[in-house]
Write a protein that binds this ligand. Structure first.
Ligand code: CA
Length: 252
């Protein structure tokens, strides 16, 4: 399969697509530019808001706003384009570190990880913003925090630390948000690029974007390669399902 370019938006580092089924909108970030974009495929309207600093990821709030993983911490906008209000900083925040990929779990916890601007090995971490506003530092020694997604039954969390060239899986406790028993489920061969953002489909298959690979690869739950979608952009960063019946894979 070959991906089709639906929006030639020319981001510097387009990342973190999120589908909003309520509004039929696709959100994504342009990390280094500090911008959050959204697009309505039905009308073609593109809107942009400025985060004022590098923004690694966004997630949707029930009330209609957005929670953002910005370089210096977590922030919330009550509505798209509205003022960003700081919720929390995180342990290890500095001018050399920025937030990278993030996503919300089924209980409304917002997970986001960090990396060093100079890609220094082990300088990043994975954080969890809980609904009570507390921030937990969940994983240490991460280099380029990416991924992530959860199985539909809420028992597994998938995660990527890009230089490891693997998609890893944890046992996940949906009740407490605890993760344990990390192991690799997919190994990406050198010639295919680097694993970056990913999503799961309804059958639990793993769709992983390949930075430097110009592709999204689909793997079975057991880690067997099932499909390759070619993307006419070598730096393929992430993907999510969207559209009316979630039948479209949007790729940044
Ligand atoms: Ca990424």
């Amino acid at each position: 399969m070959q991906a089709e370019c639906v929006l030639d938006v020319r981001c510097g580092l387009g990342e973190g697509p999120v589908w909003d089924e309520r509004g039929g909108l696709l959100y994504w970030v342009d990390i280094m530019a500090g911008r959050v974009h959204r697009w309505a495929p039905a009308s073609g309207l593109v809107e942009t808001m400025e985060a004022g600093e590098p923004v690694g990821a966004v997630a949707l709030c029930e009330g209609g706003g957005l929670v953002c993983a910005v370089q210096s911490g977590f922030a919330v906008a009550e509505r798209f384009g509205g003022e960003l209000r700081r919720l929390a900083s995180y342990e290890g925040a500095s001018a050399e570190i920025r937030m990278n990929d993030g996503k919300c779990d089924s209980a409304g916890r917002f997970w986001a990880g960090t990396m060093a601007f100079d890609f220094r090995p082990g300088a990043g971490a994975l954080y969890r913003l809980d609904p009570d506003g507390g921030v937990a530092r969940v994983l240490e020694g991460v280099t380029i925090s990416n991924g992530m997604d959860w199985s539909a039954d809420g028992t597994r969390m998938y995660y990527v630390d890009t230089p490891k060239r693997t998609v890893d899986v944890f046992d996940f406790d949906a009740e407490t948000g605890a993760i344990s028993n990390r192991r690799a489920v997919v190994e990406i061969p050198e010639e295919a690029g680097w694993p970056d953002g990913m999503t799961l489909d309804a059958e639990g298959r793993i769709w992983v974007a390949l930075w430097g690979g110009g592709a999204v690869r689909c793997y079975s739950r057991e880690g067997k390669l099932e499909d390759v979608i070619e993307v006419a952009a070598p730096q393929t960063t992430s993907c999510c399902f969207g559209g009316e019946d979630l039948g479209v894979l949007y790729i940044t």
